[in-house]
Design a protein around this ligand. Structure first.
Ligand SMILES: NC(=O)c1ccc[n+]([C@@H]2O[C@H](COP(=O)([O-])OP(=O)(O)OC[C@H]3O[C@@H](n4cnc5c(N)ncnc54)[C@H](O)[C@@H]3O)[C@@H](O)[C@H]2O)c1
Length: 266
């Protein structure tokens, strides 16, 4: 049956897999980490927010999952190398990478400084490059499965890669870059048995993009172009992450999965 493991009786089973999730201290990264752990993966919960990572690890342990917390700023190669080193020491391999950490500071284009632009590109785009490269070097050593595959990389882009948003020129550029890089990596890493896919979320209710700071009028205006007339829940993105992490998505690489309540369909 689709997605059902006869031995463990689990849908979308990740037992025996090791996953790294970046930006997992809060928001969508947190729910990705919890979801992968509940599916049986050993999870490395990583973020610049050390205490928040530890809290997520405790949540996972309460659910009888396995996890460790590792502080990592994805824009720093030394931090990324350390994250990979600690993961290998603790769990021995890397099967799944969820590149999720991201920043989205609103800034009018004419006031945007060079450093503002560089910071967003450093985290959102260079960070995904550093993480993907460091992990893929290890992933290529994994045992090959019956479909010739070894690992899965999931990049969290945004619908900002598909449509413009005023005040987010740097962010749109970074997210478009992630989508384009996903396709290039899918080609280069397919011969190594590593799938690379991209998820483009729409408006998701997280601490970073909370609707609670909006007036009722701003909230209504935001929901107007969204056919499903609501913000998405972090779990609704984690469900897509889980699918792309699992072997059930074994024929997908270089794909762009839009999860946005229909926003870009309009
Ligand atoms: N919330 C949305 O509406 C939305 C929509 C589309 C895409 N996204 C993307 O989804 C991802 C998660 O967003 P979210 O809404 O959960 O955000 P969030 O701000 O709630 O969480 C992001 C996490 O990333 C961490 N982080 C920031 N810079 C980092 C760095 N340099 N290294 C490591 N960790 C770092 C933060 O500490 C935070 O814990 C981001 O890539 C974001 O661009 C969000």
């Amino acid at each position: 049956m689709f997605g059902f493991n006869k031995t463990t009786k689990k849908f979308l089973d990740l037992k025996g897999k090791v996953a790294i999730v970046t930006g997992a201290g809060r928001g969508m990264g947190r729910t990705h980490a919890l979801t992968l752990a509940q599916a049986g993966a050993k999870v490395v919960v990583s973020d610049i927010l050390e205490n928040e990572c530890q809290l997520v690890v405790e949540e996972i342990k309460k659910l009888k999952g396995q996890a460790i917390a590792v502080k990592c700023n994805i824009s720093l190669k030394t931090d990324v190398d350390n994250l990979v080193k600690v993961t290998l020491e603790e769990f021995g391999k890397i099967d799944i990478l969820v590149n999720n950490a991201g920043i989205f500071p609103f800034q009018p284009f004419l006031e945007m400084k060079e450093q503002d632009f560089e910071k967003v590109i450093d985290v959102n785009l260079k960070g995904y490059f550093l993480m993907s490269q460091a992990c893929a070097k290890e992933m290529q050593k994994n045992e090959i499965n019956e479909k010739g595959q070894r690992a899965s990389i999931i990049n969290i882009s945004s619908i900002a890669a598909l449509k413009g948003f005023a005040g987010l020129a740097h962010y749109c550029a970074s997210k478009g870059g992630i989508m384009a890089m996903t396709r290039a990596l899918a080609l280069e890493l397919a011969p190594l048995g590593i799938r690379v896919n991209d998820i483009n979320p729409g408006a998701i209710d997280t601490p970073g993009a909370s609707s609670t700071s909006m007036t009722e009028e701003q909230r209504k205006a935001m929901l107007l172009p969204i056919p499903l007339k609501r913000q998405g829940l972090p779990q609704e993105i984690s469900n897509a992450v889980l699918f792309l992490a699992s072997d059930e998505s074994s024929y997908m690489t270089g794909s762009v999965m839009v999860v946005d309540g229909g926003w870009v369909a309009g």
